[in-house]
Ligand binder design. Structure first.
Ligand code: GTP
Ligand code: MG
Length: 469
């Protein structure tokens, strides 16, 4: 009798304490989103009541208050499930691989059952469940969000301002064709398709050079929209203000100019807006991942390009305190974490520099002002740690080095990867220093083994800690 009563009361309390949290994992392509989500799921699934030594800085795990974590059915049944099992299987192969680049949207839901810290009634053990929703998507698609606020002319002019000589060289073929196009002539579908393909080739060339700021991002990863007219348009970079005005007033509705404008508007209103509404409009918390190390290998342009991409990104999220009332009408992000990924490429003494670099990257854009009032933190992590740190002595000097299987030649190497600049490098720095952060292959994971990481526990503590009280 008492047992069943207690059970009922427990269930009642459980239901009352259920909470859910939607986490936005954002970042440009190759910044490490899929690796991050895979590791986050893996770290959580391995929490038990006996040994949580893999997450020493995550209080709820260290204090054994988490009763169990499970993957459960997600809410939106029309979205593919995040393929955690496949990503894990990749790491278990011989030789192991990192998860593949993402080609579409997927999502996952975790239920974290925990023991409450301060019970209302001492003789009842209060438990609660935190439902955590995360989704994954190709980084390129994120770059289209700024289009939401720009019409065709504004978009074209914005790109024109960013069109460096370097980009111009990559775009020559496309530019030549646009130059011969009479924008007032009746549009020919085939010609549009061809020039749009040239524009897409230019975007692909940018990507290959480490330039991540490419729009529309969907052009390089169209998924089910491959070949659709909605993706057959391009910006007009060379028009003067006067020419824009004239074309808007005089071009007939079947002209190249009008068709391009209509397709852009369709793309913005139907495709980009839907993506935003379906996935980004209702977040509670956000992490912004950035790989600050790889662009250092490429060029100053690649680095500045990443900075531009990040700055554009912030504009599309609503930051601010989440009051109950405003929460009902417009959800707000109340915690934000900037994470420099792949920190296993450097020695631990360089971590403060990496975090400082990340901070400067964010703050230089000036957008940080918008984050006032929200809890913001900066961190550097490795979601899937591929290297080990060792101490080496050379010519009587001791220093830290990293050891791992280098991707370029699959050799096991021990090396000192160099110093990370504390601030955004200036011109002389680019001339004098050559960064060479090598890529490493992941370590092979045995069945049941936990993915090795660096500081994922600090991330979990910041994002989930207060929700598991
Ligand atoms: N050493 C190391 N490399 C990492 C780590 N995380 C990601 N990488 C590397 O970065 C690459 C990209 O990581 P992903 O997780 O696929 O990046 P993403 O943001 O999901 O990329 P898209 O799906 O293309 O948008 C991986 O293939 C690895 O080479 C990490 O923690 N350590
Ligand atoms: Mg991915």
């Amino acid at each position: 009798m008492f047992n069943s009563l207690q059970k009922e009361v427990n269930q009642f309390i459980d239901r009352g304490l259920d909470r859910s949290l939607r986490l936005a994992v954002t970042g440009l392509s190759r910044s490490g989103k899929t690796a991050f989500i895979t590791s986050l799921i893996n770290q959580l699934l391995h929490i038990n009541r006996a040994d949580n030594s893999h997450l020493p800085l995550f209080d709820a795990a260290r204090n054994h208050r988490i009763l169990g974590v499970k993957r459960i059915a997600q809410q939106d049944l029309s979205v593919p499930r995040f393929d955690y099992e496949r990503n894990l299987a990749e790491l278990m192969q011989n030789p192991p691989h990192f998860p593949q680049s993402t080609r579409g949207v997927s999502e996952t839901r975790l239920a974290i059952r925990y023991e409450r810290q301060s019970g209302l009634m001492r003789y009842l053990k209060e438990t609660g469940t935190l439902y955590l929703d995360i989704f994954d998507y190709p980084g390129e698609w994120l770059l289209d969000l700024p289009l939401l606020e720009l019409d065709y002319q504004q978009w074209s002019q914005g790109l024109s301002a960013l069109f460096s000589p370097h980009r111009q060289a990559l775009a020559q073929n496309w530019l030549n064709k646009v130059a011969t196009l009479d924008l007032t002539a009746v549009a020919n579908e085939d010609v549009l398709a061809e020039i749009a393909q040239d524009y897409t080739d230019y975007l692909q060339a940018c990507k290959a050079q480490g330039l991540h700021f490419i729009q529309p991002g969907r052009f390089v990863l169209p998924a089910e929209l491959e070949g659709a007219p909605a993706l057959q348009f391009f910006p007009l970079l060379q028009l003067t203000e006067e020419q824009w005005k004239q074309l808007k007033n005089t071009a007939s509705s079947n002209s190249y100019f009008s068709v391009l404008e209509k397709r852009y508007e369709y793309y913005r209103n139907k495709i980009v807006k839907k993506f935003y509404q379906d996935y980004f409009a209702h977040f509670d918390r956000q992490v912004i991942l950035a790989d600050c190390l790889t662009p250092l290998n490429h060029s100053r342009q690649a680095f500045e390009d990443m900075q531009e991409g990040l700055t554009q990104l912030f504009k599309n999220f609503h930051y601010g305190k989440r009051h109950l009332l405003s929460r009902l009408f417009s959800p707000r992000i109340d915690k934000l974490m900037f994470i420099a990924t792949k920190a296993d490429h450097i020695t631990t003494d360089q971590l403060p520099n990496l975090m400082s670099l990340m901070r400067h990257l964010v703050q230089k854009g000036g957008s940080y002002v918008e984050f006032e009032g929200i809890e913001t933190e900066y961190s550097a992590i490795a979601a899937i740690r591929a290297t080990q740190q060792v101490n080496v002595t050379q010519h009587g000097q001791k220093f830290k080095a990293i050891q791992g299987v280098r991707s370029s030649d699959l050799q096991r190497v021990t090396l000192f990867p160099g110093s990370v600049p504390m601030n955004i490098p200036n011109e002389t720095f680019w001339q004098q220093n050559k960064f060479e952060f090598d890529q490493f292959e992941p370590q092979r994971l045995e069945q049941g083994e936990i993915i090795p990481h660096l500081r994922m526990d600090t991330v979990l503590q910041f994002l989930l800690g207060d929700k598991l009280d």
